[in-house]
Design a protein around this ligand. Structure first.
Ligand code: AR6
Length: 174
C-alpha cells in the first residue's frame, strides 16, 4: 500500500472512494460533510436517507462506516464514517482508529483500489491534529486491505505537516 499526503479539498479527489467525516445522523453537517453534500448533489443525501430508513434507523454508530453513491463527485463512492468527539478525560483513540479500519473494510467490499481520507475528528470534533495524525497513519498501516492507494487529503499546512511527521515517525508527544 502506498500512502500519499496532499494539501487539497477532498471533494476534488478522483479516488475510487472518498471518506466523509460524518455524524451519526448521516443527514449532513458542516466541514468535510457539508462540502461533500454541496458538491456531490442530492443523490448522496437520498442514499443516506435510505440507510436511515433501513439498516441504520438509529444512526451510524461512532467508529463504523457505510458507503453511498458519490453523486456528481469524481469519486465512485463516498464512505461515511463517524469520528469520536475529542475528550480530554476519556481515551477515545480506539474509536478514531476504528473509523480508518472500518472505512478500509468497506472499501474492500466495494472493490475500491484508491481511497482518500480527511483528518477525521480534527475539525468540529476537536481532536488535536498531531495525535489524530499518528492514530490515522498507525491504523491505516495496521489494517490488512486490498486498497493499494491511500491518500490523506489535508486542508491546512499545519495538518499536512502533522501527517508528514506521523508518516516519518518523527512526531513528538501529545
Ligand atoms: N477537504 C479536506 N479537508 C477538509 C475539508 C475539505 N473540503 N473541509 C474541512 N476539512 P470536520 P470532524 C478538514 O469538521 O471534526 C460535520 O458537521 C478540517 O479542517 O469536517 O470529524 C459533521 O456532520 C479538519 O481538519 O470533521 C459532524 O457533525 C478535518 O477536515 C462533524 O462535522 C475534519 O473536520 C464532524 O467533525
Amino acid at each position: 500500500m502506498r500512502i500519499t499526503l496532499l494539501q487539497d479539498d477532498i471533494t476534488r479527489q478522483d479516488a475510487d472512494a472518498i471518506v466523509n467525516a460524518a455524524n451519526s445522523s448521516l443527514l449532513g453537517g458542516g466541514g468535510v460533510d457539508g462540502a461533500i453534500h454541496r458538491r456531490g448533489g442530492p443523490a448522496i443525501l437520498a442514499d443516506c436517507r435510505m440507510l436511515r430508513a433501513s439498516r441504520y434507523g438509529r444512526g451510524l454508530p461512532t467508529g463504523q462506516a457505510v458507503a453511498t453513491t458519490a453523486g456528481e463527485l469524481r469519486a465512485r463512492w463516498v464512505i461515511h464514517t463517524v469520528g469520536p468527539v475529542f475528550s480530554a478525560s476519556q481515551d477515545r483513540s480506539e474509536l478514531l482508529a476504528s473509523c480508518y479500519r472500518e472505512s478500509l473494510r468497506v472499501a474492500d467490499e466495494l472493490g475500491a483500489a484508491s481511497v482518500a481520507f480527511p483528518a477525521i475528528s480534527t475539525g468540529i470534533y476537536g481532536w488535536p491534529m498531531g495525535d489524530a495524525a499518528r492514530i490515522a497513519v498507525g491504523a491505516v498501516r495496521a489494517t490488512p486491505t486490498r486498497v493499494t492507494d491511500v491518500r490523506f487529503v489535508l486542508f491546512s499546512q499545519d495538518a499536512y505537516a502533522a501527517f508528514e511527521d506521523a508518516v516519518a515517525g518523527t512526531a513528538g508527544g501529545p
